[in-house]
Design a protein. Structure first.
Length: 412
């Protein structure tokens, strides 16, 4: 006899617990280990007596670690998605601990490398864990709610540069939080099924190479990277130059993070309206919030509104990148997410450099006006051959179902 699809399977924890645990890991690896670096740049420059070029090299160490983590993630996730996420917390803790006690810039750079690597391992590992342990009917909701963890990681870190015990004490606290999350993960993360993911349900080998729709997915990811990098790197400086006070610029960052929690609704929107329509609709909000920073005299209300929209839209769009990759590789979700996020990382690398050059020759108003216009290219997804696939659209590669569900993902 079938019962209502409630999100709980026999012998498995409720889906929202997995989503909450995943959100905590993402808050630590992305919100703290990867993105909090930008909040402390002035303090780092003073402590290590380095100029803008040195700060750029340190930022590149984090990006390099992130890319290496992404490249390693499919293999580690195939071995154990649960183990990968536990390892993420350990790696983030080690990296942030190194940063907090670093006697020189070389050790500090090594810590950034490890911290960035933890973020690269996170999203593919989480995508695979969700694929292994959550019913297909609710996987997309779980993915996007977990992905919103970056937002509250931002919110938690927003005010830390103002604490009296200095950046070393702050990063030591971050390391302790990551270590605590590793212990929680060991105790609470669900275990996936041990079946071989290299085979489909029919026993045929799963195709792991290039698939139809990959180009469109990568264009979306690169576009998100190109247009998010200017905001993530220069928005606080831009609003300061537009007349906002230092405390207000901290609230600006906090609003970005707090609003990011709303990005968890993206999975529900994708189920209701389709991934392409949900994606393009959020891209329009994205273009608007970026374009708002093009106004040279920006008031506090407009600045905080822009940050709020950006935080929610960034979490939603990055979550939809995960769904797009997982749909292309339903039985190997970590591989699809890795491809998608490599495109995002490439776009952010190019976008950051391009925005910096454009700002040197013009000003931040031009940078954000151009970035907002570039965001409108996302309309290409509404042309059918270039949009994302529907769920389970890749033949022969249906995602494995938990043992206590039927073929429709309904609990039995």
């Amino acid at each position: 006899m079938r019962q209502k699809n409630s999100g709980v399977t026999a012998g498995r924890q409720p889906w929202w617990i997995t989503a909450a645990l995943g959100s905590c890991v993402i808050a630590i690896s992305y919100g703290l280990a990867r993105y909090a670096y930008g909040l402390f740049v002035p303090q780092f420059a003073l402590s290590f007596r380095i100029d803008g070029t040195g700060l750029g090299i340190l930022g590149a160490m984090s990006t390099l670690g992130y890319a290496l983590g992404l490249l390693a993630a499919p293999r580690t996730s195939m071995w154990s998605a649960r183990g990968t996420l536990i390892g993420v917390c350990g790696l983030a803790s080690a990296g942030m601990l190194l940063m907090s006690v670093s006697p020189n810039v070389v050790v500090f750079g090594a810590g950034l490398l490890f911290a960035g690597g933890s973020a690269g391992l996170t999203s593919p590992g989480l995508a695979q864990l969700v694929s292994d342990t959550i019913r297909p009917a609710i996987r997309e909701q779980v993915q996007t709610w977990a992905n919103a963890g970056t937002g509250w990681g931002w919110a938690v870190s927003a005010f830390t540069p103002m604490l009296v015990f200095g950046w070393r004490g702050v990063w030591l606290c971050f390391a302790v939080l990551a270590l605590g999350m590793m212990v929680v993960g060991i105790l609470a993360f669900p275990r996936g099924r041990p079946e071989r993911r290299e085979e489909s349900e029919t026993g045929a080998p799963v195709r792991t190479g290039w698939r139809p729709g990959m180009t469109a997915m990568l264009v979306n990811s690169v576009l998100l990277g190109l247009t998010s990098a200017p905001y993530l790197n220069f928005s606080r400086q831009a609003v300061r130059e537009a007349g906002l006070s230092m405390p207000m610029s901290v609230w600006f960052w906090f609003c970005m993070g707090a609003a990011g929690l709303a990005g968890g609704l993206a999975g529900k929107a994708a189920q209701r309206y389709g991934l392409a329509r949900a994606n393009v609709g959020i891209w329009m909000l994205w273009a608007a919030c970026i374009g708002m920073l093009a106004f040279p005299r920006l008031g506090a209300v407009a600045a905080l509104s822009s940050a709020t929209l950006f935080g929610a839209a960034f979490m939603a769009l990055s979550g939809l990148c995960i769904l797009w990759g997982a749909r292309l590789y339903p039985n190997l979700a970590a591989r699809g997410v890795t491809f998608s996020y490599l495109g995002l990382a490439f776009g952010q690398t190019v976008g950051s450099a391009a925005a910096g050059v454009l700002a040197d020759f013009t000003n931040f108003s031009v940078v954000f006006a151009v970035t907002g216009l570039v965001s409108l290219l996302s309309w290409y997804q509404l042309i059918e051959p270039f949009g994302p696939p529907p769920p389970e659209a890749v033949p022969g590669d249906q995602a494995a179902l938990p043992a206590s569900t039927d073929r429709d993902g309904t609990a039995v």
